[in-house]
Design a binder for this molecule. Structure first.
Ligand SMILES: Cc1cc2nc3c(=O)[nH]c(=O)nc-3n(C[C@H](O)[C@H](O)[C@H](O)COP(=O)(O)O)c2cc1C
Length: 345
């Protein structure tokens, strides 16, 4: 997530069961040209756990993506091309969602990148190299078109031949470039795309993954799990959910920001996740305002059905008025002690 998924946050979500962490979208052009851009965009752990990380690039030229990937490969598990960012500045530079109209270019970018990684000595044999320490993935994250046939053509081109497909996995955000995130994801499009391509490439879904026990579809790999931090009884969903059997993974953005313990089965952010995050921040520092913003997300009601918040509105406002890290830590210590003494009702 642009602005947010920095090292301390990635380490926090990894501690709570996230298998793969993404960096924010990094502009390949800047990454290639500037050492400082590399250091600030992609912080590494020099001590302790480096979570399995996918470095996501924004790029519009095969050579730019291949070079940036070559620089990132020693420090990550794989590289991903963003074909979903809808922001106008990105589209004007043929980055992000603009690439959904350039399927041959996207194919050329992933083909050149895979080849470059192979030449650099990395194992790029997809499933064959999954357990190799030198295994590196090349993947793509997309949105859908209004006319789903265009998305089918896009995926067909980018995948290439079945016997040696060009990408390791595909993440689908089933909204168009202009669909607001308040509109539910297009489950029908997801069902069609996964049933058409799910046997040929592992597909992850991005969008409306709010809690594991309230996904907007059913899927055999993701049966509901429940580690509730509340005593509320969950209501059964009003209509039967569509089954998406050929789904390989879930990606969460807004909800994991609010609840980094989402993949551990928590349906609302537990206080211990706040403490874990602050411990990570102490070792992998973030700008103060960013820390405050993360905390505000974690201490507000989340996106799932459980709307319990760690702090009341006025407590959150007091937290936001802290002027420095020392005051903020003191504030959290005090609230944390109270929260541990009084379990939520
Ligand atoms: C603050 C924020 C930053 C994001 N940054 C990125 C990004 O860098 N790359 C990307 O592919 N998607 C990015 N997204 C989009 C999400 O990955 C995701 O596709 C979208 O938010 C829908 O998922 P959600 O319902 O889990 O939020 C971002 C979303 C948010 C809210």
């Amino acid at each position: 997530m642009v602005r947010y998924s920095k090292l301390a946050f990635r380490q926090t979500v990894f501690e709570y069961g996230t298998d793969l962490c993404w960096t924010p979208m990094i502009l390949a052009k800047e990454f290639n040209r500037n050492n400082f851009a590399r250091d600030s965009d992609f912080t590494l752990s020099t001590h302790g756990t480096q979570p399995p990380t996918i470095v996501q690039f924004g790029a519009s030229l095969p050579l730019e993506l291949a070079r940036a990937s070559s620089l990132a490969a020693p420090f990550c598990s794989g590289v991903d091309l963003n074909c979903g960012c809808p922001q106008s500045w990105a589209c004007a530079e043929t980055l992000g969602a603009a690439l959904m109209e350039k399927r041959e270019l996207v194919r050329d970018m992933v083909v050149e990148t895979r080849e470059r990684l192979r030449q650099d000595g990395w194992d790029v044999g997809k499933e064959k190299d999954m357990n190799s320490p030198k295994g590196r993935s090349v993947s793509v994250k997309i949105r859908v078109h209004k006319d789903l046939r265009k998305t089918m053509d896009f995926i067909t081109t980018v995948l290439g031949p079945d016997q040696d497909r060009h990408i390791d996995f595909l993440t689908i955000h089933p909204r168009t470039k202009s669909t607001p995130s308040s509109t539910p994801i297009n489950i029908e499009a997801l069902e069609i795309l996964t049933s058409t391509f799910g046997d040929r490439v592992p597909i992850l879904v991005s969008g409306d993954v709010f809690t594991l026990n309230a996904l907007p579809f059913t899927s055999p790999l993701f049966p509901p799990t429940f580690t509730s931090s509340s005593t509320e009884t969950e209501q059964p969903p009003p209509t039967p959910l569509v089954n998406i059997p050929k789904l390989a993974g879930l990606m969460s953005a807004r909800a994991i920001l609010a609840n980094p313990a989402l993949y551990a089965g928590f349906d609302a952010c537990p206080w211990e996740a706040v403490e874990t995050f602050m411990n990570k921040v102490a070792r992998a520092p973030l700008p103060f305002k960013l820390v405050q913003h993360h905390l505000s997300e974690m201490c507000s009601p989340g996106l799932g059905p459980n709307k319990r918040a760690l702090l009341t509105r006025s407590e959150r406002s007091a937290m936001m008025s802290c002027q420095n890290m020392v005051d903020l830590i003191d504030f959290l210590d005090e609230k944390g002690n109270i929260s541990r003494r009084t379990p939520p009702v």
